[in-house]
Write a protein that binds this ligand. Structure first.
Ligand code: DGL
Length: 262
């Protein structure tokens, strides 16, 4: 039994899509979430900066006595998780674009991956893509411009639609039947994506798999919280609280959202 919190961080509000899956699967766990929105998007930054920001977020979460950290950001995972795992003693859970399930299930053998520049240019992404590339064509596109819109609370509308069509049309032309969402901000665009994409194109993200992995690592380390009290969910952002608040407020849960200069 371990009632210390799980720490989660992202470059902003996108990782709340992962928080949602984790709290649904692990309702007893207390969670501290850091939205580093002042520094978003991470995806356009060089690797050294992404690493520095990931270290800063991790150290804050460790100072809050977190028992495990979920790097709820593909960009931070693909550029920093090896360093974090080597240099800190707690377990880390990362998130990477779900190429494997898409490659296994694709009938057309053509899959699209929408992610940030930081993720698509990382060596971890390249090696995962190579491992599953056998007989599969992977079409990669940087979702440039999407994260700033989502951070400002814009999840639908013409601007988002036009950007998405520009990224997806070439993939559709080539015959993609699976679209992998390789950024934790993008699941918030699923309603618009469903309007744009033909019904036979499936959308995949890694949220549920990350939650299952979190549970299994907590179990293996004997650090699950088995106390059946109402769990606490504390969200901190270093930018405006409003958009984050709208995304996570839930009357049935103990949720707080605060500004923090971290
Ligand atoms: N949500 C992040 C990801 O999963 C990063 C978005 C960004 O800051 O560029 O990649």
């Amino acid at each position: 039994m371990d009632n210390r919190p799980i720490g989660i961080f992202d470059s902003g509000i996108g990782g709340t899509s992962i928080w949602r899956e984790i709290q649904a699967l692990l309702p007893n766990e207390n969670i501290i979430y850091l939205a580093d929105s002042i520094n978003a998007p991470y995806g356009e930054r060089p690797k050294e900066e992404i690493l520095k920001l990931s270290i800063k977020n991790t150290e804050y979460l460790l100072a809050q006595n977190c028992k495990l950290v979920v790097v709820a950001c593909n960009t931070a995972t693909t550029n920093a998780i090896d360093y974090l795992r080597t240099n800190y003693a707690i377990p880390f859970i990362g998130i990477e674009p779900a190429i494997k399930p898409a490659a296994l299930q694709s009938k057309s053998k053509i899959i699209g991956v929408l992610a940030t520049k930081g993720t698509l240019s990382s060596s971890l992404f390249h090696s995962t893509a190579e491992n599953h590339a056998n007989g599969i064509k992977i079409i990669e596109r940087v979702g440039k411009g999407l994260v700033p819109l989502i951070e400002s609370g814009e999840l639908k509308g013409e601007k988002i639609k036009t950007l998405l069509l520009g990224f997806l049309n070439p993939m559709l032309k080539e015959g993609m039947d699976y679209l992998v969402l390789g950024c934790t901000h993008y699941p918030y665009l699923i309603p618009v994506l469903k309007e744009i994409l033909p019904t036979d194109v499936k959308i995949i993200d890694s949220g549920e798999a990350v939650a299952r992995q979190t549970k299994s690592v907590l179990e293996k380390n004997g650090i699950l919280n088995t106390l059946n009290f109402k769990s606490k969910h504390q969200f901190f952002t270093n930018a405006e609280e409003e958009v984050l608040e709208n995304m996570v407020q839930n009357e049935d849960m103990m949720v707080s959202v605060s500004y923090l200069d971290f």
